[in-house]
Design a protein around this ligand. Structure first.
Ligand code: PA5
Length: 440
């Protein structure tokens, strides 16, 4: 169960009920802007069960024949899986003793050094590749795939390599789909009506997450429960309504930046996923809350000063988790050299809670409205709830803001320039124009 406490953030949330009702109808009935991309709304109930079973079988095969899985993708084809694996299996997953493969994410940038390092880390180990691209034409993953496909073919031969390549892409279109069909790769589908940033609960996220040993049925069960909660057209019962309304009220009052905070290092990459979800959905038509993130308490010692006393254009949303699995109590120290014996015997969760409450009050007093999103214990079910909650609230929030939450026209601008400067056929004129601007 997820609850939202906006008592220290917003007061006129109920004013948004008529707009929430409209936005809710647009999502539930697929009648709003961008309605071709609301397949994620019922996904936790309507997902392809046969493909889900294939994903679980593929994960078992990869676990049995590979010491490493290279996951190739960027943006929505990367952040959800990375966030989920860090959160559920630890950011130190690859360093842990385990009977599941190491997982390396590549194709999420263009750093030669990073790519080389992953190739070196894999070394002679048996490995498989999951290449993920909805369009099948994105440059970064396509370039990375060339390297790892070549490495697989060199190590195993073409036919055997093909059995170690899992392609997640459009069901019919794109260069990756054509290549996968020609080479006989095992393929998984990114549904037409699910955009990249909403795709973590499709094969895009599910295959890598399952390879890491996560119970993806639990992930979907949590999402399904939250889907039912979010179907309620009632402000008092729907936490997504509350969150969407509160952040829009704050935006209208001049708070242009939202900081998502968690006191849990393993959640750091889920905040990256959240940033893409909200930034790409809302940042358009010269509007949108700028999504930022911090990890507390670490960032209280770096960003804390700005949050407390910098420009007053921010609000904070803190994700608070249920009890930790580890039961750690502060040891008693005879000498008490650090003066901390007043904490001896207190558990770490208790100390963290006091830090959270103290920080919340300080930030609110400093002019930073604070919302708390309270979630359950850290497990796959809870993560499913969190994912669906933020997705649904994002759809609502974009509609409240007056934009199409499901397109991303601005993402194309850098691609055109990059292709032009790289000399891609068809971009010659643009290339000359850009080189002149760069003085080349
Ligand atoms: O949300 C989006 O649409 C983008 O972030 C894409 O996910 C990203 O650009 C990767 O695209 P693709 O999966 O087509 O390679």
């Amino acid at each position: 169960m997820i609850s939202v406490d906006y008592s220290k953030a917003a007061g006129k949330v109920s004013d948004f009920v008529p707009s929430l009702q409209q936005a809710h109808t647009w999502l539930q009935e697929a009648t709003g802007r961008g309605n071709d991309f609301v397949g994620w709304v019922n996904l936790p109930r309507d997902y392809d069960k046969a493909e889900f079973a294939r994903i679980q079988a593929a994960a078992r095969k990869i676990q049995s024949d590979s010491k490493a899985l290279v996951v190739i993708g960027i943006g929505g084809s990367y952040l959800g899986a990375k966030g989920a694996i860090d959160f559920l299996c630890s950011p130190n997953y690859n360093l842990k003793k385990k009977n599941t493969p190491n997982i390396y994410f590549v194709g999420c940038g263009l750093s030669a050094d990073y790519l080389q390092e992953v190739m070196d880390l894999i070394g002679d180990d048996d490995f498989s590749v999951n290449v993920i691209s909805k369009s099948g034409t994105t440059t970064e993953p396509a370039v990375a795939f060339r390297f790892f496909r070549a490495a697989l073919e060199k190590k195993y031969g073409k036919a055997e390599a093909a059995k170690r390549i899992y392609a997640t892409t459009d069901k019919a279109r794109g260069a990756l789909k054509s290549l996968a069909d020609a080479e006989g790769y095992d393929t998984y589908v990114v549904p037409d009506d699910v955009g990249g940033r909403y795709s973590v609960l499709t094969a895009v996220g599910l295959l890598p997450i399952a390879v890491a040993g996560v119970d993806i049925a639990q992930l979907m069960a949590g999402a399904a429960e939250m889907m039912e909660t979010c179907r309620k057209a009632d402000l008092s019962e729907n936490p997504a309504w509350q969150y969407a309304a509160a952040r829009n009220e704050l935006y209208q009052s001049g708070k242009k930046i939202e900081i998502l905070a968690a006191y849990e290092p393993a959640f750091r990459f889920m905040t990256e996923w959240w940033k893409q979800l909200y930034g790409e959905s809302e940042g358009k038509e010269n509007k949108g809350i700028f999504p930022a993130s911090v990890e507390f308490t670490a960032d209280l010692h770096s960003m804390g000063q700005y949050i407390q006393q910098g420009e007053r254009h921010i609000f904070e949303t803190v994700v608070r988790f249920g009890p930790s699995a580890a039961d750690l109590k502060v040891p008693y120290d005879e000498s008490d050299g650090d003066g901390l014996n007043f904490l001896a015997g207190k558990d770490m969760d208790y100390i963290a809670t006091q830090a959270m409450d103290g920080t919340l009050l300080a930030h609110v007093e400093g002019g930073v409205p604070n919302m708390i999103v309270k979630v359950g214990e850290k497990n796959a079910y809870t993560l499913g709830e969190i994912i669906y909650f933020f997705e649904y609230a994002c759809g609502l929030s974009g509609y409240l803001l007056g934009v199409n939450p499901f397109d991303q026209p601005g993402v194309e601008a850098y691609k055109k320039n990059m292709f032009a400067l790289l000399g891609k056929p068809g971009y010659e004129e643009k290339g000359a124009e850009l080189r002149a601007k760069l003085g080349r």
